[in-house]
Design a binder for this molecule. Structure first.
Ligand code: SAH
Ligand code: SF4
Ligand code: F3S
Length: 456
């Protein structure tokens, strides 16, 4: 079989990274190998994100960049996948008529058939295209091959366990692009995790748009929640670290609290987005919880796992947000003290309720609030990082650094750590003394292990 080249680019969240890896798995048996260059590739897939306007704009600018490569190689298949494909459908063809295929996040398991269908159609009409933005009855997960090592980045891998969202926050497109909430069957998840562990994976991140809403069925049709799943997989000996993301405050449950209390393999780090610190804006966002509810979760987690650290997502400039509302967000941040956070200016998404709300906040106000918010979050991140200088952290070393002899790994809190160390230590979790801290990372020294491993 001749080797064909696949260029695939992921935008947006980790779910898309997972999906891109699975598409690569699907195409490998057809002779496709991945390439870092869109130019000259046989198939180019842009796995897009629709969460903010900027993400959407990026797809069109990348399509413009790829257009000449497609013109130079007429048999190149140019595909737009993911959430923007789902939301925009054939609108993409109007803007970029040189695109060949458009398909959403729930139909990519049909990729081999779509390619065959496209090639048959192109032999009759070179301008033929494929548009596949259905929400099929069947689950794509039942039609995907076993994961291969490409699924894993070094010693860490994502496993999607839940997808879609029924929460309909008024600002968000995800319920429309990913569809209704769905949990994978427990056995399938366990099978996938075992396959990854047998290939040397040490850290698993369980993924979902609302991962703690997981309610998958086992073979006896009994429902499992996320806490139960974590407690079960923690018994797999080769598995050393467990994470999950993204969780929602309304889906916290006793088993999950207990997992944080008892399961040492569950990392003491919780990404729990709150978005804002104002109850009236939370209400307008349809988040269905108050600041107090959120702070109670934080307190409970801290009492069960004192070393736990938190991260969150924030939106500034939601319609109607006053300076007072914004101040409340700053107050909440000061109260919680985050290890890290993502923050965004509210972006109007067509078709969402908030997009049609009155009192949209002017761009300059959003800019100014984002600046103040990020200033506070950056200060907290630096303080958090600095608190480890002189202390020892366990680091999972994953990749080479820029400089010769440098390795980069992750702490239990997802901080990047740079050390001088030998390549063969990649994939190991090693005690590391933190010697310096910046906002975006730590510098460390490997602690001498008995056989002097790091010196060889
Ligand atoms: N399910 C997750 C979030 C998924 S989207 C949750 O509920 O927490 C990731 C983040 O993008 C959101 O947490 C939010 O902060 C941000 N986001 C979503 N829609 C947005 C919009 N219209 N404008 C700006 N940020 C947005
Ligand atoms: Fe979007 Fe809200 Fe669902 Fe998160 S919970 S994916 S923010 S609708
Ligand atoms: Fe973006 Fe879709 Fe993820 S909109 S954030 S890629 S679920």
């Amino acid at each position: 079989m001749s080797v064909k080249k696949l260029f695939i680019k992921s935008y947006g969240c980790q779910m898309n990274v997972y999906d891109s890896n699975r598409m690569t798995d699907l195409l490998r048996p057809l002779g496709y190998e991945t390439t870092d260059l869109a130019e000259g590739a046989d198939i180019v897939i842009l796995n897009t994100c629709h969460i903010r306007e900027k993400a959407e704009d990026k797809v069109y600018s990348d399509l413009g960049r790829i257009k000449p490569f497609k013109a130079a190689k007429s048999d190149m298949i140019l595909a737009v996948a993911g959430c923007s494909a789902q939301a925009l459908g054939d609108e993409i063809l109007r803007q970029a008529p040189y695109v060949d295929m458009i398909f959403g996040p729930q139909t990519y398991h049909q990729l081999p058939e779509m390619i065959a269908k496209l090639s048959r159609a192109k032999s009759k009409d070179p301008r033929a295209t494929i548009l596949n933005v259905d929400f099929p009855e069947e689950s794509k997960f039942d039609h995907l091959p076993d994961p291969t090592p490409t699924n894993a980045d070094g010693s860490s891998a994502f496993v999607s366990i839940q997808e879609g969202c029924d929460k309909f926050c008024t600002f968000c497109v995800v319920p429309y692009t990913r569809g209704a909430e769905y949990s994978r069957p427990v056995e399938k998840i366990i099978q996938e995790i075992k396959a990854l562990l047998s290939r040397g994976i040490k850290e698993i991140t369980l993924l979902g748009q609302n991962v703690n809403a997981f309610h998958g069925l086992d073979s006896n049709s009994k429902e499992w929640n996320l806490g139960k799943l974590i407690k079960h997989i923690a018994d797999f000996q080769e598995l050393e670290r467990i994470r999950y993301t993204t969780s929602h405050p309304n889906d916290m449950h006793d088993d999950l609290y207990e997992a944080h209390h008892r399961v040492s393999k569950l990392m003491p780090h919780l990404h729990l987005p709150v978005q804002v610190g104002s109850d009236s804006i939370l209400k307008a966002m349809n988040r269905k919880h108050t600041c107090d509810d959120y702070l109670k979760i934080i307190d409970k987690m801290k009492s069960l796992r004192p070393e736990i650290a938190f991260s969150s997502d924030f939106i500034v400039g939601f319609p109607g947000e006053s300076e007072k509302d914004f101040q409340e967000t700053l107050k909440l941040i000061e109260n919680v003290k985050y290890a890290q956070a993502y923050s965004f200016k509210y972006s109007i998404r067509p078709g969402t309720p908030a997009g049609a709300m009155e009192y949209q906040v002017p761009e300059e106000v959003k800019n100014e609030r984002l600046y103040r918010l990020q200033d506070l979050l950056n200060t907290q991140q630096l303080e958090f990082n600095k608190s480890f200088v002189g202390k020892t952290l366990d680091v999972l070393f994953e990749r080479d650094g820029k400089h010769e002899g440098q390795l980069i790994g992750k702490t239990q809190y997802l901080q990047s750590v740079y050390v001088d160390g030998k390549k063969r230590l990649k994939g190991s979790i090693l005690e590391t003394k933190i010697i310096d801290a910046k906002q975006n990372g730590l510098a460390g020294e490997l602690i001498l292990v008995q056989d002097g491993t790091q010196d060889q």
